[in-house]
Design a protein around this ligand. Structure first.
Ligand code: ZN
Ligand code: ZN
Length: 268
C-alpha cells in the first residue's frame, strides 16, 4: 500500500533547518513511507516584496538550480526504497498571476508534483503574511477590521487561487486550505467558517484538484488541529476529493508527523 508524505521542506528553505535531504528521506523510509515530495517554497515573483521581517519566505531564485539538482540526486540515490518527487509549494499571490504562471511555464517540466498555497493577502494595495506570527495576524485584523474579516480575506484569496489560470503546470493540490485557523485559539474562527470551506471544497472538486491534508497545525500551540480540520476533512472525503497527507516538515524529525491522525480521519 502507498504511504505518502506529500509536503516536505528542505535545507533550501531560508526559514527552515539545515537538515539534509537524505535525513528526510531516511526518516520517511524508517516510518514505512513509499513516497515523499519535496515541496520547497518556490521563489517569490519578481516585483513582489516579501512582507515578513527577514524576507525569508521562499527559496531564493539564485538557489533554484541547486535545489533541482540536489533533489534529483537524492531521488536517484533512494529510488529502490522510496519514490522521491521534485516539487514546489507555489504561492498564489493576488495580482501576480502572470509572473507565477511564467515561473510554472519555466519549471513545470521538471516538477513531478506541486502544491498551491496562500500565505500572502492583499489588503488595500499592500501585502501581508497571514501566518507569520500572531502579532502579524492581529495587525492585519486591525487593518481589515476584525479577525473575522481576515478569515474572509484569506478564504476569498484561496477561492481566487482555485479559479486562477496559471497555465498547464498549475499545481493540482491546494495547500493547507484552512490555514487561517493557525491562531484560532486567539482568534476563533467565524461561525460561517464551515459553510465557506464547504463552498471552496465544491470548487476544488469541480476543478478535479486534491487537498493537502496538512498536520503542521497540530504542532502549533494556538491551533492543535490539522488543515483542514476534522469536519472539513470528513466532508472532503465524502465528496471524493483526494486528501494527500503532508507533514509540512521543516526539520527532518517532523517527516511523517501525526500520520495516525490522517489514517483515522481520512483512510478509515
Ligand atoms: Zn515554510
Ligand atoms: Zn505553506
Amino acid at each position: 500500500m502507498k504511504k505518502i508524505d506529500g509536503h516536505v521542506h528542505t535545507p533550501f528553505c531560508p526559514h527552515g533547518s539545515s537538515d539534509a535531504l537524505h535525513e528526510y528521506a531516511e526518516r520517511a523510509i524508517r516510518l514505512g513511507f513509499t513516497e515523499l515530495t519535496f515541496t520547497e517554497h518556490a521563489p517569490l515573483p519578481a516585483g513582489f516584496t516579501d512582507p515578513v521581517p527577514d524576507k525569508d519566505s521562499s527559496l531564493p531564485l539564485t538557489r533554484i538550480e541547486q535545489y533541482i539538482h540536489d533533489v534529483q540526486e537524492v531521488k536517484k540515490e533512494y529510488s529502490k526504497d522510496l519514490m522521491i518527487k521534485l516539487g514546489f509549494e507555489v504561492d498564489y499571490i493576488e495580482g501576480f498571476e502572470a509572473a507565477t504562471a511564467s515561473f510554472l511555464d519555466e519549471y513545470g517540466e521538471v516538477m513531478d508534483d506541486g502544491i498551491l498555497s496562500v500565505h500572502f493577502l492583499l489588503h488595500r494595495s499592500s501585502y501581508y503574511c497571514l501566518d507569520y506570527s500572531e502579532e502579524g495576524f492581529a495587525e492585519l485584523s486591525r487593518l481589515t477590521g476584525s479577525p473575522e474579516k481576515t478569515y474572509e480575506l484569506y478564504y476569498k484569496t484561496v477561492e481566487r487561487s482555485i479559479l486562477a489560470d496559471l497555465g498547464k503546470y498549475k499545481p493540482k493540490r491546494i495547500g493547507h486550505i484552512t490555514l487561517a485557523h493557525k491562531f484560532k485559539k486567539l482568534f476563533p474562527a467565524p461561525e460561517w467558517d464551515f459553510m465557506t470551506v464547504s463552498r471552496l471544497l465544491e470548487l476544488v472538486r469541480k476543478a478535479g484538484y486534491e487537498l493537502d491534508y496538512n498536520t503542521a497545525g497540530l504542532r502549533k500551540t494556538n491551533c492543535r488541529v490539522p488543515y483542514p480540520y476534522e469536519k472539513a476533512a470528513v466532508l472532503a472525503r465524502e465528496m471524493g476529493i483526494p486528501l494527500v497527507y503532508g507533514s509540512d516538515a521543516h526539520i527532518a524529525s517532523d517527516t511523517g508527523a501525526d500520520y495516525e491522525t490522517y489514517e483515522e480521519m481520512v483512510i478509515k
